[in-house]
Design a protein around this ligand. Structure first.
Ligand SMILES: NC(=O)C1=CN([C@@H]2O[C@H](COP(=O)(O)OP(=O)(O)OC[C@H]3O[C@@H](n4cnc5c(N)ncnc54)[C@H](OP(=O)(O)O)[C@@H]3O)[C@@H](O)[C@H]2O)[C@@H](O)CC1
Ligand SMILES: Nc1ncnc2c1ncn2[C@@H]1O[C@H](COP(=O)(O)OP(=O)(O)O)[C@@H](O)[C@H]1O
Ligand SMILES: [K+]
Length: 512
């Protein structure tokens, strides 16, 4: 599991080491770790450090200091290092080290260190480099990158996105991509997307949370020996190796009822496929049994696809309600309402998806997992008096997912490129496991079915431990994403293909 902390938590954990150690020791450790990782990248890219072109964008604080010290180390190893300072004052010790190592100093502001150049000249240096190091702002950032630095970041991001240069530089962010919301993953202004973020002491929450998480690239941690054992993480992300501990595996004496029965109330004449996909995913992810509840014609389609499914009501350990439920179908909508009421009264876990999201009781329990996409979350909150639309949810997904968790009392899984889960007590999970190909019709139905199986298999455990619901939802998002990759590595995927990849994906994850 990767856990993320706030800037304040990291600063508090740094303090005892800063007090105990010689001045600057921690920064030198951080900068050395950064230089080692940039050197590794240069070796992969061009066979070595000697003769490489490195351009470091340097802001006013210690983040810029890290970039200067790392630049000095790379210059000592034979790289050509050019610093572009975006403020009049930069870190003294770093500046002296860079000068001593023979680095070149440019500045885009009057009174800055080195030769004054225009932003366009600095851009030309950056696009022709092997690596651009982003040391403009770190955990001391307050709001968006401003002035010349903002212009530089905006134009450079545009140029690199066009991908037209013969060899586009790799971008390495120092601690965080400059200007992200370090604590919440917010994007208050322009940010240079990184291929690699080298972060110090602890992963910052903003590197896990959307939308900023999508701009951090690979994240590597330089261990500084910080003690964060007393701090509650602000965000967490499950890794592949965590799934085996969460997944319900049958014991030798298990039978289908003890393994967990999933009830699926899904599909209508308009959207029968959703019922097929949700039941298929529930069966293929290993439910003890799957029951289907809905119109007879849809039941026939479900049985034709999955003869393992039992049609009709019966005892279940968890429900999946809502995939493909057309609000105009009063009968199926009535079944969804009944199931929600019954599950809440009995303390059964429920996945409330799509058509169920418009029929929720006012107060829910953490055993109810809402699985909206951004548009559905906006609607859910709007009808509860919040002023929000799809765009605002997409800009600030964590904020709105948290709001929905507080307002409803349910566990909230907000689907998107990074899926956010907020559970009982407010714990936030952020999973980014699937290819963009997964954004295809029906893939949400597969996720709902798969999560139903997980909840049915862990129905007793979650009653004892409500925050576990969110961890299971995060595990479902991870398995869903891995199954998408497995179903067609590197290429287009379709929802049924993702479902069919579930048994192999789960087996791989259980093998570890
Ligand atoms: N402590 C340690 O020993 C270690 C620290 N480490 C490193 O230090 C980094 C934190 O350094 P930091 O505290 O100096 O903050 P940093 O992010 O460089 O920026 C602050 C400067 O930027 C300015 N500024 C703020 N917002 C701005 C904006 N929007 N636009 C423009 N300017 C803005 C602000 O000025 P102000 O606005 O306050 O006047 C101030 O001058 C951390 O991320 C890690 O890399 C590691 O080496 C490990 C050991
Ligand atoms: N850009 C993306 N990259 C990776 N996964 C994505 C992306 N966009 C959406 N997804 C995932 O695709 C699924 C889409 O679900 P949903 O919107 O409910 O579709 P549907 O209703 O058609 O089933 C979700 O699991 C979501 O997290
Ligand atoms: K940075």
């Amino acid at each position: 599991m990767i856990v993320g902390y706030t800037a304040a938590q990291v600063r508090a954990a740094e303090q005892p080491l800063l007090d105990a150690g010689p001045p600057g020791a921690l920064m030198h450790q951080a900068a050395f770790g950064l230089a080692v990782r940039v050197a590794r990248l240069l070796t992969d890219r061009r066979g070595g450090v000697r003769g490489a072109d490195v351009v470091a964008l340097v802001g006013p604080g210690n983040n810029g200091g890290d970039a200067l010290l790392a630049g000095a180390e790379l210059a000592r190893r034979g790289a050509g290092v050019t610093v572009v300072a975006t403020s009049a004052a930069v870190h003294d010790g770093g500046l002296a080290a860079l000068r001593a190592a023979g680095g070149t100093l440019l500045t885009v502001v009057d009174g800055g260190p080195g030769r004054r150049v225009w932003v366009g000249d600095a851009l030309a240096e950056a696009v022709s480099a092997d690596v651009v190091v982003d040391g403009l702002l770190g955990i001391g950032a307050r709001g968006a990158v401003r002035a010349e630095a903002a212009e530089l970041v905006t134009l450079l991001a545009e140029l690199l996105a066009q991908d037209v240069a013969p060899a586009v530089p790799d971008v390495v962010a120092v601690d965080v991509p400059s200007g992200i919301g370090v604590d919440d993953g917010d994007l208050p202004g322009p940010v240079l997307p990184a291929d690699l973020t080298v972060t110090f002491g602890a992963v910052k929450a903003g590197l896990l949370l959307p939308p900023a998480a999508g701009l951090a690239g690979d994240v590597e941690l330089v261990d500084l020996g910080l003690d964060l054992t007393g701090s509650t993480p602000a965000a967490a992300r499950l890794e592949v190796s965590d799934v085996a501990d969460l997944w319900p595996v049958p014991a030798a004496a298990s039978h289908k009822y003890t393994r967990g029965v999933v009830g699926v109330v899904a599909g209508t004449a308009l959207y029968p496929g959703a019922a097929v996909l949700a039941t298929t995913a529930a069966v293929l992810s290993g439910a003890g049994m799957v029951r289907y509840v809905g119109p007879a014609a849809v039941g026939h389609a479900v049985l034709a696809a999955r003869p393992e499914v039992v049609v009709g009501h019966g005892r279940v350990q968890a429900w999946v309600a809502g995939p493909g439920v057309d609000p105009a179908d009063a009968e199926q909508t009535g079944r969804v309402r009944d199931v929600l009421a019954e599950a809440l009264a009995a303390g059964l876990p429920v996945v409330a998806d799509a058509g169920a999201l418009g029929h929720l009781p006012d107060h829910l329990s953490p055993w109810v997992v809402l699985t909206p996409h951004a548009g559905e979350l906006a609607t859910l909150l709007s009808v509860r008096g919040e002023e929000v639309d799809r765009e605002r949810v997409e800009v600030d997904p964590v904020l709105w997912a948290r709001r929905a968790q507080r307002v409803t009392g349910a566990t909230v899984l907000l689907k998107g490129p990074t899926t956010v889960v907020v559970g009982a007590g407010g714990a936030v999970w952020a999973q980014s496991d699937g290819p963009a190909w997964l954004a295809t019709a029906g893939s949400g139905d597969v996720l709902a079915g798969l999560l139903g199986t997980l909840l049915a298999g862990c129905a007793d455990e979650v009653l004892e431990d409500p925050p576990l619901v969110a961890a299971l939802a995060a595990a479902a998002a991870l398995v869903h994403g891995r199954a998408a990759h497995r179903s067609n590595p590197g290429g287009p995927v379709h929802a049924l293909g993702v479902a069919h990849a579930l048994p192999g994906t789960v087996a791989d994850l259980l093998r570890g």
